[in-house]
Design a binder for this molecule. Sequence first.
Ligand code: NDP
Length: 479
Amino acid sequence: MGFTFHCRHFINGQFVESGERFTNINPATEEELGWVAEGGREEIDRAVQAAKRALKGEWGKYSIHDRIAVIRRIGDLILERKEEFARLESLDTGKPYSLSAHLDIPRAAYNFHFFADYLHSVGTESYQMDSGQFHYAIRRPVGVVGLINPWNLPLLLLTWKMAPALAMGNTIVAKPAELTPMTATLLAEVMKDAGLPDGVVNIVHGFGPHSAGQFLTEHPDVNAISFTGETHTGKTIMAAAAKSLKRLSFELGGKNPNIIFSDADLDDVIETTIKSSFSNQGEVCLAGSRIYVQRPIYNQFLERFVERTKQLVVGDPFDSKTDVGALISKEHLERVSGYLDIARSEGRILVGGKRPQGLEKGYYLEPTIIVDVDDQCRVVKEEIFGPVACVLPFDTEEEVIARANDSDYGLSATIWTSDLKRAHRVAHQIESGVVWVNTWFLRDLRTPFGGMKHSGIGREGGAHSIDFYSELTNITVKL
Ligand code: NDP
């Protein structure tokens, strides 16, 4: 295909290489996209030192107005290069171009626009005591923050952390997922074009364990880590970060229940459940992968869900008809396929479960529905992170709440019902950080986002992001 895009690190405002490189593969064609500089301890240290210096330099003197202006400009420049960003994102991830162009990239730009606007209204507390003394708090940057991201929504998630970190005046060392380094590299060009001072944002490519990721989490001069990825990786990072007592924010895995009561609007349920199961190839932390359907409508739901699933077009991410692209890598396809083998022995695959015909190259998998499994089956308990949904019947409200909560995870849940009282009653009892009623993935960036239990620590969004990326100092004045 002749397309080549090499990824260098971006350290102290310069694109630089390392001695080592690795190859970046297009998951939809299995062809090479280019090489990626492989960072190690030395590159992380150079990036952290640059970020440390930048805190004390020109950036540290920026007024709030200056910060708002540059953050806004970054968002504008992403939109100006939207097609380029979207193309790279789809080449890197295998996701449909239509999704990159309509969701990932506009949302990445909006992350900057949102926090630029939000900064106008960021305040702190102030209290007056009876005797006239008063207290007020001021916000300062936390310092150098490390941002570590997964491969499923590369630019969207990187900018979700980067925008509030910049808004609060921090400097950044980011480590993108090794499988998706391209849009982060393009973002570095945008940072330069937007006029961000050197060293404020640094990007070091590399792997996780024993590589750039681990060295970033261990670096004594990194003050905070915001991490999105697997629960297991979160535990490793927590242990590494404990040595230098870093502030942590974790957005981790999920195995999200989707509870459909028999009084729900089934047309709406089907269309949204198709999205919550299969969009982005099911590689979404918020995917509703445990679908509990009340018994009176179980057969009807299944029939319509299967019929609609069969209509989904799997294939070339750059074909406008494509609904489901390629999975991220050969290893991930094998991992997901391993779960399908388990499903065949623990239950039954009703539709999908194979590589699609006619697609010999690329890591494609048909959207898959699993039935006849119980709650203790591995496919119902573990995060599969592919286009795979388990459908399970239930009888009562009390029963489904207990079953939905019987999970180590607690990221999100969806409740479908036309009974307003029941919607709230159930929402209040579900153990997850996010509950949607009669919808899915409807986000407002002011709201708290994150998971409970093994799905995360802390919340991001609006004031929650501002709190994470700032240090408060309380000042008491005796009059
Ligand atoms: P991983 O945890 O494998 O990797 C995430 C990032 O961490 C990558 O950049 C990885 O580097 C890096 N990393 C791996 N090991 C270490 C380490 N020891 N020290 C420091 N960094 C490390 O997750 P995936 O990339 O596989 O992403 C999928 C997971 O992300 C799923 O569990 C999903 O649910 C979760 N996720 C959660 C979201 C949420 O908001 N809660 C949103 C999106 C995804 P490298 O890949 O280069 O090795």
